[in-house]
Design a protein around this ligand. Structure first.
Ligand SMILES: [Zn+2]
Length: 107
């Protein structure tokens, strides 16, 4: 018997849509939990609302990333149109840009 016919080649640079969704779901759950924890706290100050705003912004980016998984553009840099490196997507699964373009966008 041969395993070769059914062997799946590893593709380190490209995530499958399934993997991408899993990572995005994980990222979203983490943020939702943080947001909930903030909401349950009785503390209500500027730092708190700044944190909430930051988390809500990330949640919006995550939603946009889900949409990109659907239309097949996920993992492609919106700046240079090249694939975003896999290790960057691991840290920031909802990112739209590669490191170079992100710097340019932030500047
Ligand atoms: Zn780029």
């Amino acid at each position: 018997m041969s395993l070769d016919a059914s062997r799946i080649e590893p593709r380190p640079e490209r995530l499958t849509a399934h993997e991408a969704r899993q990572r995005l779901e994980h990222a979203r759950n983490t943020r939702m939990t943080q947001l909930q924890a903030l909401g349950e706290s009785s503390q209500d100050d500027q730092l708190m609302s700044a944190q909430k705003t930051a988390i809500e912004r990330v949640l919006k980016e995550i939603e946009e990333a889900f949409a990109r998984v659907e239309d097949g553009t996920y993992g492609t840099c919106l700046g240079c149109r090249k694939p975003v490196p896999g290790e960057r997507l691991e840290i920031l699964p909802y990112t739209r840009y590669c490191v170079a373009c992100q710097r340019r966008a932030a500047a």
